[in-house]
Design a protein around this ligand. Structure first.
Ligand code: GDP
Ligand code: MG
Length: 610
């Protein structure tokens, strides 16, 4: 079953490498679901000493004040007898430490590296693995000691901060609490027990550890505590005798200390009957066995949690999109893909499938004809105005046969009215196209990640639309002007003639200035204008579609593409300047996903090996 603990050790290492130590609420965490053993107690209660005697090695920093200022994740790996003991730090890769005093120095340095020399504390754990024939497979976490007062140079807030860190570990239901209480202190006032009782009221995951049994006043003993009468826990209490400060000063080695501890219990008149269930070696085995059973029971639920999280993370990564390419070629490709995605949506708006294109037809079918109908021809061709224009055109010499000049002026005047509706159609379609560009930009989901490119495409599309607009306006106005520059002769030839065949005037000169004569002129001009109006109603839409809609469909981004072709790598990268928040999030999700997948593989391999 040792492989099961090894498995948890490996997953815990992966968690630390990939930044999962349960602190970030926005990502699923694997760390929090793994069982851990956490050492909790007041300052100088003997936490570090307990850890050292479980390991059988001397390697933790000591001193007065708050020495442990970052969580220390200590992973113990049992190796074959005779193998050399060594330690490895996760942050130092494969470097092996065989001198354990160097381990101590490195813990101190690494603590300061993150917390600064101001003696702040940090939640970021240090990960230390120890490989030794003298340990059992176990993961233990050393935490800053609970304290009531800050020392000089430390902010008052540190007391609360430490409690928060400790709490954040022990609160988790999968945390096994090693509550350290010195025997020369009343259990009732033990900080460790107080906190443990709060977060684990039934006591099922709390192991009570009583240190400093050798320091009790002569004639007193701790049997009431050790036999569970003072304070009842579901797990047995374990008594410990660590090295005293004097032992440490005298460099008493750990093996000798373990031996002395064994002797202490074996020969003690008070604890002799409990000797087989006391001491650091027993505690280590007890914890290892417990951890094993906890892990075994938890594997199925961890596995289903892992699978669920993998699904969630993959869904989120899909939503966030692929990471941005690094080389210029791939970047250009990505940009073109994004442009195409936008262009595609824009075309769907025009061609149908998405709404909006129909509004262009609305301009041709309703707006243009209505505007043409509203032109003030009634007034322009009123009897009064016809007479005025014709007489003015005649000048001092009244016309002889037909008022040629008068006709021309009346027709030209009428035709100029068509400029208004022609321009209005161009403007209306321009407005619709701009609106469709705006909509399509918003609907291109992939573009949301790239605000710079998004703005670039929008600007390029709008510039193109302006150009099409100008061109279209010129074209339709030219069509109107063309109507005035050459009149359809046939139309007038087919009119009932006021002139007899043979060229003789059929009406007397006096008749030419009667009301009927001008009315006839007015009505002739009106039907000519009506004919032109009918024609423009058909040709203006053709011109507008040709110059604006068709161009927008075919070459909206052509200029943009041409500019892209000239851009260097750096400029392309700028266009793909992704929202940094998104980038960060994708990285986090990616790392977490990697963690879950490797954890799944680890668990799979262990399950299959059984
Ligand atoms: P921590 O602050 O909880 O990590 O406590 P330490 O492990 O650093 O121990 C604080 C002091 O108590 C050190 O001087 C240890 O030598 C001493 N100490 C710890 N446990 C025992 C013990 O069981 N017996 C004796 N005599 N001294 C102990
Ligand atoms: Mg300590």
């Amino acid at each position: 079953m040792e492989s099961v603990i090894g498995l948890v050790n490996r997953i815990q290492r992966a968690c630390t490498v990939l930044g999962d130590y349960g602190a970030d609420d926005s990502l699923p965490t694997l760390w929090n679901s793994l069982p851990t053993i956490v050492v909790v107690g007041g300052q100088s209660s003997g936490k570090s000493s307990v850890l050292e005697s479980i390991v059988g090695r001397d390697f933790l920093p000591r001193g007065s004040g708050i020495v442990t200022r970052r969580p220390l994740v200590l992973q113990l790996y049992k190796t074959d007898p005779g193998q050399e003991e060594y330690a490895q730090f996760l942050h130092l890769g494969k470097r092996r430490f065989t001198d354990f005093s160097m381990v101590r120095a490195e813990i101190q340095e690494e603590t300061d590296r993150v917390t600064g020399r101001t003696k702040q504390i940090s939640t970021l754990p240090i990960n230390l693995s120890i490989y030794s024939p003298n340990v059992v497979n176990l993961t233990l976490i050393d935490l800053p000691g609970l304290t009531k007062v800050a020392v000089v140079g430390q902010p008052e807030s540190i007391v609360q901060e430490i409690e928060n860190i400790v709490r954040s570990y022990v609160e988790k239901p999968n945390c096994i609490i090693l509550a350290i209480t010195p025997a020369n202190q009343d259990v009732a006032t033990s900080d460790a027990i107080k906190l443990a009782r709060e977060v684990d009221p039934t006591g099922e995951r709390t192991f009570g550890v009583l240190t400093k049994l050798d320091l009790m006043d002569r004639g007193t003993h701790a049997l009431d505590v050790l036999e569970g009468r003072s304070y009842r826990l579901q797990r047995p209490w374990v008594g410990i005798v660590n090295r005293s400060q004097a032992d440490i000063n005298r460099n008493v080695d750990m093996m000798a200390a373990r031996r002395r501890e064994r002797e202490f219990f074996a020969t003690s008149p008070d604890y002799g009957h409990l000797a087989s269930r006391m001491g650091s070696e027993y505690l280590a085995k007890l914890l290892s066995k417990h951890l094993e059973s906890v892990i075994k029971a938890r594997v199925p639920s961890i596995m289903s949690m892992i699978n669920k999280s993998i699904d969630e993370l993959e869904a989120e990564l899909d939503h966030l999109g692929r990471p941005v390419a690094i080389d210029a070629g791939a970047q250009l490709y990505s940009i073109l893909e994004l442009c195409r995605a936008f262009d595609q949506i824009f075309k769907e708006h025009l061609d149908g499938g998405r709404p909006g294109g129909d509004r262009i037809y609305g301009v041709f079918d309703y707006q243009l004809p209505a505007a043409l109908r509203k032109l003030p021809f009634d007034h322009h061709l009123s009897l009064q105005n016809v007479r005025k224009v014709v007489l003015e055109a005649d000048g001092y010499q009244p016309h002889l046969v037909a008022p040629e000049q008068g006709y021309r002026r009346l027709i030209e005047g009428a035709l100029s009215y068509f400029r208004g509706p022609a321009e209005a159609s161009v403007d209306a379609v321009h407005f619709i196209l701009k609106e469709l560009v705006r909509k399509s930009i918003g609907e291109t989901q992939e573009l949301k990640r790239f605000p710079t490119l998004q703005a670039g495409i929008a600007a390029a599309a709008n510039e193109a639309l302006e150009r099409f607009h100008d061109d279209s306006k010129k074209t339709v106005l030219r069509m109107v002007d063309m109507e005035s520059s050459y009149l359809t002769v046939d139309f007038f030839r087919k009119l009932p003639q006021e002139v007899e065949k043979g060229g003789n005037p059929a009406v007397s000169t006096a008749d030419r200035y009667t009301e009927g004569h001008f009315r006839r002129i007015g009505s002739n001009v009106s039907s000519y204008v009506g004919m032109v109006s009918e024609m423009l109603r058909n040709t203006i839409p053709k011109a507008v579609v040709y110059c604006q809609v068709r161009e927008a469909k075919q070459s909206l981004l052509d200029h943009f593409y041409a500019q892209l072709g000239k851009k260097e790598g750096q400029q392309l990268a700028q266009l793909l300047d992704e929202d940094p928040v998104l980038m960060e999030r994708r990285q986090q999700c990616g790392r977490r996903l990697e963690l879950y997948k490797s954890a799944r593989d680890e668990i799979d391999s262990v399950l299959w090996a059984r």
